[in-house]
Write a protein that binds this ligand. Structure first.
Ligand code: PLP
Length: 475
């Protein structure tokens, strides 16, 4: 394909993308296809001869697009968002065009240096402690795995890195602590890092779903008495089910007293700390060893972009660095080589999109959007409270509302409520007009409505409420 053709299709694709965003509300939010629908339309063997872009593009529209769930639809209220925005999208086009692999400084000096600068901007925006150093990882799951590996090595004097669990590091039984509401990536990370699932302690929570520090202390004492070493605590700042905020300060005090690694998983909620009025969610973060949040969730930046901060990057480098001859460069002593700050060697140029977003929206523009989302969540929660048929399962936290159908005075059994709320959820999602997901809180089947999509306005939340109210509710 020559560059003239690229120019032609490039313009056409940009036109198509602009139209797609103009008309995004006409697409079903949740893809309405059935399992196998997409695969059945695709040949099982690759084409022998090259095909024209025109034909591939037609198939993209005809076959692929119906199989897309539209995360950029303003009525996407499910899970947590994975946002984009126009500045981010434009930057991703440039990143793709450059095709740079930013594993070490010399493989694209701007890749490394922009990442350093943008991470420092982000640190200041969130009010994270001075001296915390940032690096961009692909996902919070990877960042948490990095934290667990660093914790493992620091607590064993790097003996598992050298001798493995069966050699020099033999006999280490290390425990990881997190709340019973914490994200599954913590258990997954603990399995991968070799702690073993049996050594993950799920600490009980209070009625607001926040970890109980006293229970944490008890669990650690019990482990010590059995010869197990407390190694790492992962505190949740914004749990996935209900956006519960663990009390970082008392947790941090326990960890600091005992020399235990504290990692803070703020994958979704971290962005809220950009708002001075919400910064209290990070009270005590200066006691943490590492911290992660996802600009790809609630900072209007394309997936993937996860911001990982650590108090002492030397721990990262000591845990991950391996330098074969072919990766050595003359400037290694003068620069940061981010390949040593994480798991993969190869690194995408992710800082560019974040730089575009922050510059084009400005801190104020970002704050306005975050505030608008939080206000809308509070308003929606107010509507729930006023309607006798619905209840909030836990108080609204930031931009997440957890609620369910449970008509006052009817005393419906839990099983019946689960069936009714599940039917309500399926009805709503089948309409294609909005997308919500569910969880269970204290055994209660709960609907989650998260307001965080870049373009969500009041009218979308109003429409959602109207649909929820008018959906056939039989009890
Ligand atoms: N932590 C929390 C609290 C989350 O809600 C999520 C995902 O929603 C994750 C971690 C995992 O994020 P990622 O997909 O970036 O690995």
């Amino acid at each position: 394909m020559d560059l003239d053709l690229f120019r032609e299709y490039g313009h056409r694709f940009v036109d198509w993308i602009a139209g797609f965003y103009e008309n995004i509300e006409s697409y079903p939010v949740l893809s309405q296809v059935k399992p196998g629908d997409i695969k059945n339309q695709l040949p099982t063997t690759p084409p022998g001869e090259g095909e024209g872009i025109e034909y591939i593009f037609e198939d993209f529209k005809r076959i692929i697009l119906p199989g897309i769930t539209h995360w950029q639809h303003p009525s996407f209220f499910a899970y947590f968002p994975a946002n984009t925005s126009i500045p981010s999208l434009l930057a991703e086009m440039l990143t793709a065009a450059l095709g740079a692999q930013c594993m070490v400084w010399q493989t694209s000096p701007a890749g490394t240096e922009l990442e350093e600068v943008v991470m420092e901007w982000v640190r200041r925006m969130l009010g994270l402690p001075e001296g915390f150093s940032g690096v961009i990882q692909d996902t919070a799951s990877t960042a948490t795995l990095c934290a667990l590996l660093c914790a493992r090595e620091r607590s064993t004097d790097f003996s598992i890195n050298s001798g493995g669990f069966t050699g020099e590091g033999k006999g280490h039984r290390l425990a990881v602590y997190t709340s019973e509401q914490a994200h599954s990536s913590i258990e997954k990370g603990a399995k991968i890092a070799g702690f073993g699932r049996e050594y993950v302690r799920l600490i009980p929570v209070d009625e607001r779903m926040q970890l109980l520090p006293k229970e944490l202390e008890n669990a650690m004492s019990k482990d010590r008495a059995e010869g197990i070493t407390p190694c790492c605590v992962v505190a949740a700042c914004g749990t996935t089910s209900s956006m519960a905020i663990d009390p970082l300060r008392p947790i941090g005090e326990i960890c600091n007293k005992e020399g235990i690694w504290l990692h803070v998983d703020a994958a979704m909620a971290g962005s809220a700390a950009i708002l001075p009025e919400a910064r209290h969610i990070l009270d005590g973060v200066e006691l943490a060893d590492s911290f992660v949040f996802n600009p790809h969730k609630w900072l209007f930046t394309n997936f993937d972009c996860s911001a990982y901060f650590c108090r002492d990057p030397r721990q990262l480098v000591k845990t991950f660095s391996i330098t074969p001859e072919y990766l050595k460069t003359d400037v290694d002593m003068k620069v940061k080589n981010f390949r040593d700050w994480g798991i993969p060697l190869g690194r995408r140029f992710r800082a560019l999109k974040l730089w575009f977003v922050i510059r084009s929206m400005g801190v104020k523009g970002i704050q306005e959007r975050l505030r608008a989302h939080i206000r809308l969540a509070e308003e929606f929660a107010g509507w729930i409270e006023e309607d006798e048929r619905f209840e909030l399962v836990v108080p609204v936290s930031l931009n997440l509302v957890c609620f369910r159908y449970n008509p006052k005075g009817k005393n419906l059994p839990e099983e019946k409520l689960e069936g009714l709320n599940n039917a309500l959820l399926n009805n709503l999602n089948r309409s294609g007009k909005l997308f919500l997901t569910h969880t269970k809180l204290g055994g209660k089947y709960t609907l989650r409505l998260c307001i965080g999509q870049t373009n969500t306005e009041r009218r979308h939340v109003e429409d959602a409420w109207n649909m929820i109210q008018t959906s056939r509710l039989v009890s």
